[in-house]
Design a protein around this ligand. Structure first.
Ligand code: GSH
Length: 304
């Protein structure tokens, strides 16, 4: 298998989840540091316009979204497992909850207490993307952010209250990696207010254990080199069924795939294969030729 290339940027919370997965599995990989905002000229030719971070590339195949990236890493490198004792369902459901319901108030909290963190042009760019971080938008909502965060972080602390080291028991799992980035973001950027108003101290021991996983062994390459890798490779054969889409979409249909939450830019291609957890589309780009783009199903609309 050609080597794994992670496209990400250091500040990305979602990328932190994948970096920890690479750390848990002690993998060596290549990394491309992408811009934190548009334009992203070395990423979009590879992803058909999908702009979010992170993205994982192997040759001419690209996996979008951490939900799917963790499942693929597990398939390629099963040990140590991200889903010990068959906990894939629980772990992914926990990730979904925390990413959708706890991360947004954490972002709003930080935008309130650490106004200087985000430059004005970045605030405007992120508003179009779907993240509200301007003081005029987040200021009136501060009370709500604190209330929601205290409740959600209280659930996390409650899971650990019986003394277990990790959220699902004695072994680390993808659930910990999904929950960690919200805490990572608050610990780094939430200042004294976060320590005073939120139950961060009750999560500290767990936080330190997950931090110790590290990030594996990255070696940086530039974006153009990664595009060359895709250009010089053919998409790999997929083991998903050609007609496995649960809504009846058939292989060969022209489709768009669109995130349903943030960064809702549709990606166009031809349906190659699908099941209830993954869809693969073929996309053609002048810079890289043919690529196969892989998306998870939860959180994405696939339309003919
Ligand atoms: N559901 C996606 C969410 C990814 C996401 O929202 N990433 C943020 C960075 S943490 C992003 O791409 N922001 C816009 C950008 O970087 O242009 C995943 O799990 O990968």
């Amino acid at each position: 298998m050609s080597s794994i290339i992670l496209h990400h940027y250091p500040l990305s919370t979602y990328a932190e989840k994948v970096r920890l997965a690479l750390g848990l599995k002690r993998l060596a990989y290549q990394e491309v540091i992408t811009p934190i905002a548009m334009p992203k000229p070395d990423l979009l030719p590879l992803t058909g316009g999908y702009r979010r971070a992170p993205v994982l590339q192997v040759g001419a195949d690209v996996w979008c979204d951490t939900q799917l990236i963790l499942r693929k890493l597990e398939q390629w490198h099963p040990e140590p497992s991200l889903f010990p004792h068959g906990c894939q369902g629980e772990a992914q459901a926990l990730c979904w909850w925390i990413e959708r319901y706890a991360f947004m108030p954490a972002l709003g909290f930080v935008a309130n207490v650490n106004e200087g963190l985000f430059p004005a042009d970045f605030v405007a760019e992120r508003k179009k993307f779907g993240f509200i971080i301007g003081k005029e938008d987040v200021g009136p909502l501060f009370g709500r952010y604190v209330q929601q965060l205290a409740a959600h972080l209280g659930w996390l602390a409650g899971m650990l209250a019986d003394g277990r080291p990790y959220l699902l028991g004695s072994e680390v799992s993808a659930a910990d990696l999904g929950a960690y980035p919200t805490l990572w973001f608050l610990n780094r950027n939430g200042g004294d207010e976060a320590r005073r108003m939120l139950p961060l101290d009750r999560l500290q021991g767990w936080y330190e254990r997950v931090t110790e996983l590290g990030h594996g062994s990255p070696s940086e390459i530039n974006g153009a080199a990664a595009l060359d890798v895709a250009r010089d490779a053919e998409p790999a054969a997929t083991d998903l069924p050609a007609d496995g889409d649960p809504s009846g979409l058939k292989a060969g249909t022209a489709v768009t795939v669109t995130p349903d939450d943030t960064g809702r830019d549709p990606v166009a291609g031809t349906l190659v294969a699908a099941d209830d957890q993954e869809v693969v589309i073929r996309h053609q780009d002048p810079r890289v030729g043919q690529v196969h783009l892989h998306f998870p199903r939860a959180g994405y609309d696939v339309a003919a």
